[in-house]
Design a protein around this ligand. Structure first.
Ligand SMILES: [Zn+2]
Length: 651
């Protein structure tokens, strides 16, 4: 079959290279002709690259090979076999990566089509007769064009589209600022009794504010908990239950939409992938800036990572790059620009990711944290596994404090004395340093280390105080609406805390969550082997399976590890969907300061049963949003993997 001659055929390596390009284009369905989503690639350069990238990049390799073998007269049949072997190897790898995707008649037909085109290029007599000089010239041009396009694409930063942030002339009310510090547990902060770090700026802000001593997170996952902060409802109701797979329900208004409708100028500035715009976080913002480092390389990967050998290299390269988040200083340069340009009252959300993840503070903060680390409280629960990471985490928090100074200065410049600006600073979830076996992670934990978060609200002219009343992330939006004089939408499940903040009330009424707050950890990788198989196969339609609260027994054999919890003042009930239950007494802490180190269901059987009953009663009443599946591209998955959200289970 393979006709290996003594003379290397015309442009043989080039033809092998282009055959690979045809083959891989076929595997990816020749989008947009096929089923994959070239339309979602957005920019024209990216769409062009989809088609010519492979020809250009592989063709370049082929040209070089042909030129070298011609120059040195390499006629041995080995030199003819090598390009063909390279073709076979790469085509096989791409095909095996894509097998799970070839699940429709069209996708199979396109793959066959690509294969036939590849074969004809390799072996048809017509292809052999093409003059080597003309094809070489064309290939050279194509290579130059694609490399230029790739470089252009990687070098020119992505634009964010926005409206001019100008409030309606009749908009009144205070400026409203939400600051979320990602991954900050309350108990490490000096404000909540933590030692081993200094946060003078936060402490000064707190001394002019209401500090909530008992504020909890609704989920230990960045996307879902931020969505709850910005919608005032729990994850089953807003529909974003796991980073990466679903969107905020279109039926649920977001804070920015509400403030924008009230005439506010709105700006959102985020630092990490789980809260990016296309999940729904950009809704209602005049300016939403979710540009992240390596953004362009990342979106380049969205053009069929698994189908194209040349694109897969970007994924490989990213393993050596730091987590894809933005540093707070860059974010602050963006907020400065927004504040300079906005007119009238504004609503602004800033999300800082600096304390998440790898825990590598800048050298000065590392030194400072080390110098303060002796006897720091709270201690790491598993000190050997944690090493110095908890100290480094404290260093990062000190860096956040320095950034807060800059941020307050920016706001002061806009509103001297902050006489007309409300600031709610809180976290999306905390971090575990050995609690319940979770080491330097947070996602599946419903321990207090992740659920007890800081909450500080500055309201001009209001009393300064510590408030003991238990509050939650879902209270943020109704409270801010009330403080801005806006109506609180009836779908909102959180409570308006303004009576506590302004009038010194000790509590407010609650309905759905009067006995405790709902919590959940529904991250994708907790969903059991069956779903993982589906995701691996990339067959889509996982959303229907995620909704099966009623038939959870179907999951038993595959260990659905998703968790739900019910956080009261004294008790905490946690239920894993594989039917394992936990019960904790929050009023008793151990030597590490942990309230939920030990399960007490046998010690308090009556209370346990009672809390479980309350949990189910409450859960039945939570409205469920239709989950809008955002089936992650390969790029999504690898991105989330890097953030620690998919892949292996935590211990
Ligand atoms: Zn987070």
């Amino acid at each position: 079959m393979v006709n290996v001659t003594k003379t290397v055929p015309n442009s043989w390596a080039l033809r092998c290279a282009w055959a690979l390009a045809f083959f891989e284009l076929g595997l990816s369905g020749f989008s947009p002709l096929g089923s994959s989503s070239l339309g979602s690639l957005g920019s024209l350069p990216l769409q062009i690259l989809f088609f010519i990238g492979a020809f250009g990049v592989y063709g370049f390799g082929g040209l070089i090979y042909d030129a070298v073998s011609q120059r040195f007269g390499l006629n041995h049949k080995l030199f003819t076999a090598l390009p063909l072997l390279a073709f076979c190897y790469m085509a096989f790898t791409s095909a095996s990566n894509m097998l799970g995707n070839l699940n429709s008649f069209a996708s199979i037909a396109f793959a066959v089509c690509g294969f036939l085109l590849a074969l004809s290029l390799l072996f048809s007599s017509r292809a052999r007769r093409i003059k080597s000089t003309s094809i070489t010239k064309q290939a050279a041009v194509l290579s130059i064009v694609s490399f230029a396009l790739i470089i252009y694409y990687l070098m020119i930063p992505r634009n964010v589209t926005y409206r001019q942030p100008i409030a309606d002339s009749d908009a009144i009310g205070p400026n409203v600022v939400i600051i979320t510090w990602d991954t900050i547990r309350a108990d490490v902060l000096p404000l909540y009794g933590g030692t081993g770090l200094e946060t003078p700026v936060l402490d000064a802000l707190a001394s002019r504010s209401t500090v909530f001593d008992n504020m909890s997170a609704v989920a230990p996952i960045t996307g879902p908990s931020h969505a709850s902060i910005l919608t005032g409802v729990v994850p089953p109701s807003h529909g974003l239950r796991s980073n990466g797979t679903s969107k905020i329900s279109d039926d649920i208004p977001t804070a920015a939409e509400i403030f924008s409708a009230a005439g506010y100028a709105t700006g959102g500035f985020i630092s990490a992938y789980p809260v990016r715009g296309d999940i729904g976080f950009d809704r209602g913002f005049d300016v939403f800036d979710d540009r992240l480092p390596n953004d362009r390389a990342n979106s380049l990967m969205s053009i069929g990572t698994q189908a194209f050998t040349w694109v897969r290299q970007f994924k490989e390269a990213r393993r050596f790059i730091e987590e894809p988040s933005l540093d707070g200083d860059t974010l602050l340069s963006r907020t400065a620009e927004f504040l300079d340009n906005s007119q009238g009252p504004f609503f602004m959300w800033t999300h800082f990711f600096d304390a998440h993840g790898k825990h590598r503070p800048a050298p000065a903060y590392r030194e400072k944290a080390l110098s303060l680390s002796e006897g720091a409280w709270p201690p790491a629960v598993q000190p050997e596994a944690v090493g110095d990471k908890m100290t480094m985490y404290r260093g990062e928090i000190m860096e956040l404090d320095r950034m807060l100074e800059e941020q307050i200065a920016q706001l002061e410049e806009k509103d001297p004395g902050l006489k007309n600006t409300v600031i709610f600073l809180l976290s999306d979830h905390g971090q575990c340093f050995g609690e319940n076996g979770y080491v330097i992670s947070h996602t599946p934990s419903l321990t207090q280390a992740t659920q007890h978060i800081p909450g500080i609200i500055y309201v001009p002219g209001a009393t300064t105080q510590r408030a003991e009343f238990a509050v939650n992330q879902i209270d943020v939006l109704p409270t801010l609406c009330a403080l801005a004089g806006l109506e609180i939408n009836s779908h909102i499940q959180g409570a308006d805390l303004s009576p506590i903040i302004k009038d010194g009330a000790t509590s407010v009424e609650r309905d759905l969550f009067k006995d405790g707050f709902y919590m959940e950890a529904f991250q994708l990788y907790l969903m059991g082997g069956e779903v993982q198989d589906l995701i691996q196969e990339r067959k889509g339609s996982i959303s229907t399976r995620k909704n099966n609260q009623g038939s959870k027994s179907a999951w038993k054999s595959r260990e659905d590890m998703r968790k739900q919890g019910y956080l009261g003042v004294k008790w905490k009930y946690v239920n894993i969907l594989n039917d394992t239950e936990f019960f904790y007494d929050l009023k008793t802490v151990d030597a590490n300061g942990q309230a939920d180190a030990e399960d007490v269901q046998e010690l308090f059987p009556k209370e346990f049963i009672n809390q479980r009953l309350l949990f189910y009663k409450m859960f039945e009443r939570i409205p469920h949003a239709e989950e809008s599946a955002l089936i992650g591209s390969e790029y999504d998955n690898s991105m989330l993997e890097q953030l620690g959200y998919t892949g292996g289970k935590a211990q």
